[in-house]
Design a protein around this ligand. Structure first.
Ligand code: NI
Length: 304
């Protein structure tokens, strides 16, 4: 009797240890005609809501379940089919864009807003028939829903830059998840229907951030340091022109009027050099670079 209780206790300790280590306590896999259903109960909850491919990868990482190995061929075939379908969909979306955007391309991105100069920027973009990407803060977006609606209506992209601008690498997984989820929900409430990419505050990330984001992580490869040169339109303008190149993702902040003025002025000059201005999604679609969840992107320049 005593011995049985001890064994149960030891077994329980093993289960707790496994769950603390993030291992799956229970895993099952069902392969249908077109879909895979994987259920893995871990210390982090049930991993059943993510995309099959991503889930399959994470399940493979945490458990070597027999069922996964026996169904491997079928699972791989379904994943390959889904990938092909995704590729076809991307090509379909890219076709009209490739006809419209034939020149050199850059993606201007604006962080930390929306702010009091965002409408001025939107006016300037409209005049120039230019698209941009706004990496918004949930805490700013929540009281500026009409600005987000305008971004959506005028063809711009909206991404998630967190709720509170806290360094994600200093947060617990559920805190990162909440920062992202709450912000995306504000973006969606404003009528934005596209998938939200994530730009972590300060561009800081680690494996946990990549996992929690469940979205492509978009950084930048041209840093204008506009926050350092706040109020100095000329320097920000010069920095943009110095570093802009085909495929670049340019970092700016629409909370500074100098950045808004410099960006619009730089667009006028770049336009004369044959540049066109697209959103991040458009840039990567046109360049045939699929954006995958949990992956870091700096630019659409070949080899970066
Ligand atoms: Ni920021």
């Amino acid at each position: 009797m005593k011995k049985g209780r001890l064994c149960r206790r030891i077994a329980m300790l093993f289960v707790c240890a496994a769950m603390l280590a993030g291992a799956a306590a229970y895993t099952s896999i069902h392969v249908g005609e077109e879909e895979i259903y994987i259920k893995a109960v871990t210390s982090r909850g049930v991993l059943a809501s993510k995309k099959p491919e991503q889930l399959y990868k994470s399940v493979k990482n945490i458990v070597s379940a027999e069922s996964i190995h026996t169904e491997k061929d079928k699972v791989d075939a379904i994943i390959e089919k889904q990938r092909k379908e995704e590729r076809r969909r991307r090509e379909e979306q890219a076709k009209p864009l490739k006809e419209r955007y034939t020149g050199k391309l850059v993606a201007f991105t604006f962080d930390d807003g929306p702010g009091r100069y965002t409408n001025k920027l939107l006016d300037g973009l409209k005049e120039r028939d230019a698209h941009a990407t706004f990496m918004v803060l949930g805490s700013c977006a929540v009281n500026n829903q009409e600005v987000l609606q305008r971004m959506t209506q005028e063809g711009h992209q909206i991404g998630c830059h967190s709720w509170s601008h806290t360094d994600f690498t200093k947060l617990k997984p559920d805190e990162i998840e909440k920062e992202i989820k709450d912000t995306i929900s504000v973006i969606q409430d404003a009528g934005y229907k596209e998938r939200c990419v994530v730009r972590p505050p300060y561009g800081a990330y680690n494996d946990e951030v990549k996992k929690e984001a469940s979205a492509p992580l978009i950084l930048w490869n041209v840093d204008t340091e506009d926050w350092r040169h706040k109020g100095d339109v000329k320097t920000v303008y010069n920095n943009i022109l110095r570093d802009a190149h085909d495929g670049a993702v340019i970092l700016l902040h629409d909370i500074y009027e100098s950045s808004v003025d410099a960006a619009l002025k730089a667009m006028d000059t770049l336009k004369k050099e044959g540049y066109q201005f697209v959103t991040v999604d458009e840039l990567f679609l046109i360049r045939d670079i699929p954006l995958e969840d949990g992956t870091i992107y700096y630019s659409a320049k070949a080899g970066s």
